[in-house]
Write a protein that binds this ligand. Structure first.
Ligand SMILES: Cc1cc2nc3c(=O)[nH]c(=O)nc-3n(C[C@H](O)[C@H](O)[C@H](O)COP(=O)(O)OP(=O)(O)OC[C@H]3O[C@@H](n4cnc5c(N)ncnc54)[C@H](O)[C@@H]3O)c2cc1C
Length: 557
C-alpha cells in the first residue's frame, strides 16, 4: 500500500501508537488490519456508509448511451449540470437576473455537493465544508449573499464587513492534542525552543510581507477569490515549487512550524506540505488577513457548516432544481449557425430518460465527469482534463450521548475544532459548539484526507475499505485523546468522498490546464470550484456567478 509519503511526514516522527499502530496509520497494511479485526476488536456502534453511490459514476464512465422518446424532450434556454455550491450560485444569478426559464439537474437526492449537511432528531452537522472566513470588503458579491442570509451587522470604520456575533465561531475555537494533553490553538506553543519561537516569528513576518504586497495594478498577491489575485510573475513563480521547498529555502526547519504548515495544507487541500504548491500554501495564510500584523478574518460557522449557505442558495432557485436527476450525455448540435446542446438525463435509478434542448449549458460538475459525458470528449478527451487531480477524504459523523471526560484539569477545554498532533487525520469539529451546549448529546464530525502521492491508490483504499474499517479507524484514532469514546458513541456514519477536492499541486494553479479547463466548449460553459485550483466556498461561488454572467451576456447578444 502506497503510504510511504504519509509515514515520512512530520507528524509520524514523534508518536506513541497502539491499536496496531493506529491501524497502520491508516489502513496502510491490509494484513495488519485484518489481524486487528480478528484479535479482540472492540464492538462497533451502529452506522452505515452514506452518500453518493459509485454505481452511477461507474455507469457514466462506461459511456452510457440513452435514447430519449420524442415527447420527453423539453426546450429551455439554459441547463445547469450539478447542484453543488457552484451550480446553485449560477442558478441564483440567473434567477436574480430575471431568467427563470432554466433547469438545474443534480445527481444526488440532496443539493450542495461537498458542502452538504445532514441532521438527526436534534442536531444538524456537516458532511464536508464547515466554515468560511468573514469576507473582506472587496468581496462584495459574497457580502451581498451574507446580507441576504441575515448575518451581516454592518461595516466598521475601515469599511470592512462586521458579522453578527452569533454567527462567528465562538471561543474556544481550536485546540491541539499532543502527548496526552490538550493545548490551546493549533500551533503548539508549549515546549517551543528559542529557535522554534524565532522561526515562528520569522514565518509570520514573511506572511505579513506577502499580505502587504501589491502589484502595479494595486492587486494583492493572495486574496479570495483567486480570480482577484495578482498574476504578477513574482507571485506566480511561487507555484513552481512546493511549500516544503519554499520552507527549506527560507530555513524553516522547526518541526512544530512544519507540522503547523503541513496541517494547513492537509486541512484546506488534503495534501502534504511537500505536495502542495507554495503559491497555495501561502494563499492559505495570506488570503484571509486584511493587513500585516492583524489576526486572520474571524470564522463564520453553523452547526450544519456550509450546509446553511447551501440551503439558502437552494431556496433561491428551488423551482428550477431537479434533484435525483443526472446528466448522462451532452451533445453539441450545430443548427442555423448556432450551437445548441442536447442534454440527456436519467433519474438516479437510471430510469425515466428526459432530454433538454438547451441554448447554453453551465457545467458545474467536475472535469473528470465532463470527460465521460460530453460526447466529443468521449473519443478525444482534451489533454487538460488528465491534469485535474482530485484528493479523497473520509468523513465520519459520530453521534455521542455525552461528551468525553477530560483526562486532567490541565486539559484545555473542548473547542469547535479539535486536532490530534500525532495523527494523519485532522481531528473533529463539534456540531453543538455554536449553540453553546457544552454537555449532553452532540455530533463530532471527523475528517481524514488521504494524502498519498498517487491519488488513484488513495481512492482505491478509500473505496475498498468498508464501513467497519473506517468506523474502526475513527474510533482507534480518537481513542488516543478520548479513552471513553467507544462507550459514548451511539451511531457512526461514514461518507467516502472519492473526488473530494482538486489538488493544488506544484504548477497547477498558474498552469495551462486550469486556463484551458475554464474555456467554454461549444455552448458549454464550465463552472466548478476546481477551476480556481483550490476547493473553497468562495471559489465555487465566484466561478458559478462568472459562468452565469457569461451565459446571460451571450443569450442577450
Ligand atoms: C471533506 C471536505 C471538507 C471541506 N471543508 C470546507 C470548508 O470548511 N470550507 C470551504 O469553504 N470549503 C470546504 N470544502 C470544499 C467545498 O466543499 C467546495 O469547495 C465546494 O462546496 C465545491 O462546490 P462545487 O459546486 O464546485 O463542487 P461539488 O461540491 O463537487 O459539486 C458538484 C455537484 O455536481 C453533481 N454532479 C456530478 N456529476 C453530475 C451529473 N452527471 N449530473 C448531475 N449532477 C452531477 C454532484 O453530485 C455535486 O453535487 C470541503 C470539501 C470537502 C470534501
Amino acid at each position: 500500500m502506497a503510504i510511504a509519503n504519509i509515514q515520512s511526514s512530520a507528524f509520524l516522527k514523534m508518536t506513541t501508537f497502539n491499536r496496531r499502530e493506529i491501524l497502520v496509520s491508516f489502513l496502510g497494511l491490509s494484513a495488519a488490519m485484518a489481524a486487528c479485526r480478528r484479535t479482540a476488536a472492540p464492538p462497533l456502534p451502529s452506522g452505515t456508509i452514506v452518500g453518493a453511490s459509485d454505481v452511477f459514476g461507474h455507469r457514466l464512465r462506461d459511456g452510457m448511451r440513452v435514447e430519449v422518446l420524442k415527447d420527453a424532450w423539453i426546450n429551455t434556454p439554459v441547463v445547469i449540470v450539478g447542484g453543488g455550491v457552484a451550480g446553485l450560485s449560477a442558478a441564483r444569478r440567473l434567477s436574480r437576473s430575471g431568467l427563470k426559464d432554466f433547469v438545474l439537474v443534480e445527481l444526488e437526492k440532496d443539493p450542495g455537493g461537498t458542502s452538504r449537511s445532514g441532521s438527526n432528531q436534534h442536531i444538524s452537522f456537516p458532511w464536508g465544508a464547515h466554515y468560511i472566513p468573514a469576507p473582506m470588503k472587496e468581496n462584495q458579491e459574497l457580502i451581498t449573499l451574507l446580507a441576504e442570509i441575515g448575518i451581516m451587522e454592518g461595516s466598521n470604520g475601515e469599511g470592512e464587513p462586521v458579522i453578527r456575533e452569533e454567527f462567528l465561531c465562538r471561543d474556544p475555537q481550536e485546540r491541539v492534542f499532543y502527548k496526552g494533553r490538550w493545548y490551546e490553538g493549533l500551533y503548539l506553543h508549549a515546549g517551543a525552543s528559542e529557535d522554534d519561537k524565532k522561526q515562528f516569528e520569522r514565518f509570520n513576518s514573511e506572511i505579513g510581507r506577502w499580505v502587504a504586497w501589491r502589484d502595479s495594478r494595486g492587486r494583492r498577491a493572495f486574496t479570495l477569490p483567486v480570480s482577484a489575485c495578482s498574476d504578477d510573475a513574482e507571485v506566480t513563480a511561487l507555484d513552481q515549487i512546493s511549500m516544503g521547498n519554499w520552507m527549506n529555502q527560507h530555513g524553516f526547519n522547526s518541526p512544530r512550524l512544519r507540522w503547523w504548515v503541513d496541517y494547513a495544507c492537509r486541512d484546506d487541500y488534503g495534501m502534504l506540505l511537500d505536495q502542495t504548491s507554495a503559491w497555495a500554501g501561502l494563499f492559505y495564510f495570506c488570503s484571509r488577513v486584511v493587513k500585516p500584523n492583524v489576526d486572520s478574518q474571524p470564522l463564520i460557522t453553523w452547526p450544519e457548516g456550509n450546509g446553511r449557505l447551501v440551503n439558502h442558495l437552494f431556496e433561491t432557485a428551488r423551482e428550477q432544481i431537479q434533484l435525483n436527476r443526472a446528466a448522462v450525455e451532452l451533445i453539441p448540435v450545430e443548427e442555423s449557425g448556432r450551437t445548441r446542446v442536447d442534454v440527456i438525463t436519467l433519474d438516479q435509478e437510471g430510469r425515466n430518460p428526459r432530454g433538454y434542448r438547451a441554448e447554453k449549458v453551465i457545467f458545474a460538475a467536475p472535469q473528470f465527469v465532463a470527460r465521460y459525458i460530453i460526447r466529443p470528449y468521449r473519443d478525444t478527451p482534451p489533454q487538460h482534463i488528465a491534469e485535474f487531480e482530485y484528493g479523497s477524504w473520509m468523513v465520519s459523523n459520530l453521534l455521542l450521548r455525552d461528551r468525553p471526560k477530560p483526562k486532567s484539569d490541565r486539559d484545555f477545554p473542548m473547542a469547535w475544532d479539535n486536532v490530534l498532533y500525532e495523527s494523519p487525520s485532522l481531528g473533529y469539529v463539534v456540531a453543538t459548539h455554536q449553540r453553546s451546549r457544552d454537555r449532553g448529546p452532540t455530533v463530532f464530525t471527523y475528517y481524514y484526507p488521504l494524502c498519498d502521492d498517487n491519488p488513484g491508490s488513495a481512492r482505491t483504499r478509500l473505496l475498498e475499505t468498508d464501513w467497519a474499517g473506517w468506523a474502526e479507524v475513527t474510533l482507534a484514532d480518537l481513542s488516543r485523546a478520548h479513552s471513553d469514546i467507544r462507550d459514548l458513541v451511539e451511531r457512526l456514519d461514514v461518507m467516502r468522498w472519492g473526488h473530494a477536492m482538486i489538488r493544488p499541486r506544484t504548477g497547477f494553479i498558474w498552469g495551462r490546464a486550469r486556463r484551458e479547463g475554464a474555456k467554454p466548449f461549444r455552448s458549454i460553459h464550465f463552472a466548478h470550484s476546481e477551476l480556481s485550483g483550490v476547493a473553497l466556498f468562495e471559489e465555487a461561488f465566484d466561478v458559478g456567478l462568472r459562468a452565469a454572467d457569461e451565459v446571460l451576456k451571450e443569450l442577450r447578444t
